[in-house]
Design a protein around this ligand. Structure first.
Ligand SMILES: Nc1ncnc2c1ncn2[C@@H]1O[C@H](COP(=O)(O)OP(=O)(O)O)[C@@H](O)[C@H]1O
Ligand SMILES: [Mg+2]
Length: 293
């Protein structure tokens, strides 16, 4: 991997929510797989000691060096990227930096290394060194505020909030927003909420529909809602694929949920390019104002 030519514009997207079981990992893996299917090169960086993304991709979790070694500075991130050349059957265009159980001990390991080191910034340099190699880097975060997860909030430029339409998960969305704002205030002003995915939706129920409507309103921003139009339906095919260590693109390529992920990946790309365009326009307006003065 180290001879890789750096040419791509890399978007770094953290997928998160302080709640567990709200489809963070399923979303990160399937959005990446959908983008990969459509020809985009993606890296999934598993930052959860529970190794959700690593397992979902069918990678034996204790077999590879990965996130822990990168975070403590023992390994160059490029040297621990898992690719099909490592004998692992990964989805098209998807690479992985794997998590292992040793992530539990990351705080002690970092403290022992250098007590003045700002642990929350531990991902900034590794991500910088991967910039240009991928179209998208997905940071799959843990529900609890562990160092790797906080570091993801501190280093990503985009944030996708994963939510499910159950009352408790919806009640926690304000806390999720507080976390994003905290990261923006404390060192990552560039972090931007790209959107909210509503997953595990059973559109036949009145509750799901009214919660979906509530989320749509809660995330109204300017002239549109940050909730993605594409929602992901609840289906047993998702846990089945997860157990097999595969994505839906291998296990159920023609399923409704697989198609929803493809559609969502297009919506995500369109939204990124729309926002980037509006930022560029704002910047050029500012620049021309300055030059007129
Ligand atoms: N669309 C879906 N339909 C049904 N079950 C789902 C769906 N998406 C995720 N799940 C299941 O919900 C559980 C939690 O998902 P996961 O992605 O591991 O959440 P998190 O990463 O937020 O903890 C898993 O068992 C997963 O298979
Ligand atoms: Mg997870």
């Amino acid at each position: 991997m180290s001879n890789e030519v750096k040419t791509r514009k890399t978007r770094i997207i953290a997928v998160g929510n302080q709640k567990g079981g709200v489809a963070k990992t399923s979303n990160a893996v399937h959005i990446a797989a959908a983008l990969g299917k459509r020809g985009k090169r993606c890296l999934i960086f598993d930052l959860d000691m529970n190794q959700g993304a690593t397992r979902h991709l069918g990678v034996p979790s204790e077999s590879f060096l990965g996130t822990f070694e990168v975070l403590i500075g023992e390994e160059d991130p490029k040297d621990v990227i898992i690719t099909p050349e490592d004998g692992v059957d990964l989805p098209e265009n998807i690479h992985l930096i794997a998590a292992r159980r040793n992530l539990e001990k990351i705080d002690q390991a970092l403290a022992a290394k250098d007590k003045f080191f700002i642990t929350q910034d531990v991902l900034i340099n590794p991500l910088r060194s991967l910039t240009g190699m991928y179209d998208y880097i997905f940071l799959d975060t843990a529900p609890n505020a562990t160092t790797p997860t906080i570091a993801a909030y501190k280093s990503a430029e985009w944030f996708i909030l994963s939510a499910t339409p159950d009352p408790f998960a919806i009640a926690g969305l304000n806390d999720a927003l507080t976390d994003i704002q905290g990261a923006q205030r404390h060192g990552n002003p560039n972090l931007r909420l790209l959107g909210v995915i509503l997953c595990c939706v059973d559109s036949r129920t009145i509750l799901a529909n009214s919660l979906s409507e509530y989320v749509e309103q809660l995330f109204f921003d300017g002239d549109r809602s940050l909730k993605f139009k594409t929602t992901i339906s609840r289906s047993i095919v998702v846990p089945q694929a997860q157990k097999l260590g595969k994505t839906l693109f291998e296990t159920a390529p023609n399923h409704k949920v697989t198609k929803e992920y493809l559609k969502l990946s297009k919506e995500i790309e369109a939204r990124i390019s729309e926002i980037e365009k509006s930022i560029t326009t704002q910047q050029s307006v500012t620049t021309s104002t300055v030059s007129v003065k």
